[in-house]
Design a protein around this ligand. Structure first.
Ligand SMILES: C[S@@+](CC[C@H](N)C(=O)[O-])C[C@H]1O[C@@H](n2cnc3c(N)ncnc32)[C@H](O)[C@@H]1O
Length: 288
């Protein structure tokens, strides 16, 4: 067996070990970034070969936690891609305003900045009180940061710029209190948010959502897993619910695409088609 095949075998055995021992299934994560992450795990543990991780991870939960940390890329920011949030205000919010009660799911919320961004918009648009927000991730350490809602003060300058560019009429300073080096998001912003652990690979539907945001998460999955997760979102959305993906993600490759129309292709905002499916197939809005 050549070195390349041997490495592939070691990787398969490692992923199967983690899946069977801990239930975390990384077998359908995108290969290139998966290989980079596993290589950095080999370095972190000062090992030579991937297979040497296996006995350590099987016997020691803390090595599994290290692996989860390495696999979970939590880069995020408030009002990331301000144009996306501007379109949420102009294209999605008017529709949401027609509902007496709303449910929103942030899947893969990392440390929560995206969740608080949407909560600010809901406050500004007078929708917050009628909304229940669910924010999930498979990384408990990130969820703890998200629940605390405390961010380094030096990040707030960027977050405020993004907020201003998202078409706001208010100041972000209304939504947090600052001390010497940190900013704490206000209690009024968190009262309708539930943070919970949910693994998109292994866990099920999160029912009857009006809006699902899963941005910059599918990019780490292979096409088969992306398709599975897109089916999960389709099944979790209410009639005419909205699905928002990240700038490098789409659903066009998936059979699920037929069941959505683009509100904005550029900003990856999609809306579930109304029934009956056959007639709505002909009449999509097309997006921009
Ligand atoms: C780059 S962050 C995206 C954060 C935010 N959505 C944004 O766009 O700014 C990717 C997040 O996906 C989460 N993630 C990766 N695999 C996951 C899985 N199988 N189930 C749930 N979350 C997952 C990671 O833990 C990480 O917090």
């Amino acid at each position: 067996m050549n070195e390349k095949d041997l490495k592939a075998l070691e990787l398969d055995l490692l992923l199967e070990s983690i899946q069977r021992r801990y239930g975390y299934d990384f077998r359908h994560y995108a290969q290139a970034s998966l290989k980079r992450r596993v290589a950095s795990m080999v370095n972190l543990l000062s090992l030579e070969h991937i297979s040497e991780i296996i006995p350590q991870i099987l016997r020691d939960d803390s090595v599994c936690n290290d692996f989860l940390r390495v696999m979970s890329i939590t880069v995020t920011e408030m009002f990331r891609d301000p144009d996306f949030y501007a379109l949420i205000r102009t294209k999605v919010v008017p529709y949401l305003k027609t509902y007496p009660a709303l449910k929103i799911w942030h899947a893969g919320c990392a440390t929560g900045e995206e969740v608080y961004s949407m909560a600010v918009i809901l406050k500004e648009e007078g929708l917050y009180q009628r909304t229940q927000i669910y924010a999930t991730d498979f990384n408990n350490e990130s969820l703890d940061v998200a629940k605390a809602g405390i961010y380094p003060l030096d990040r707030m300058r960027l977050f405020m710029d993004n907020h201003n560019r998202s078409g706001t009429t208010s100041s972000l300073t209304e939504y947090y209190t600052a001390d010497d080096d940190s900013a704490r998001m206000s209690d009024a912003l968190r009262e309708n948010i539930t943070f919970a652990n949910h693994n998109l690979v292994t866990d099920g539907v999160f029912g009857e959502m009006n809006l699902i945001l899963c941005r910059n998460v599918l990019i780490y999955f292979d096409k088969m897993l992306q398709n599975r997760v897109l089916n999960l979102f389709r099944d979790s959305l209410s009639h005419r619910g909205f699905l928002c993906l990240g700038s490098k993600e789409s659903l066009e490759f998936s059979p699920v695409a037929q069941e959505f129309e683009a509100v904005s292709r550029h900003e990856r905002i999609f809306q579930k088609r109304g029934l009956p499916k056959a007639s709505s197939l002909a009449g999509g809005r097309g997006g921009d």
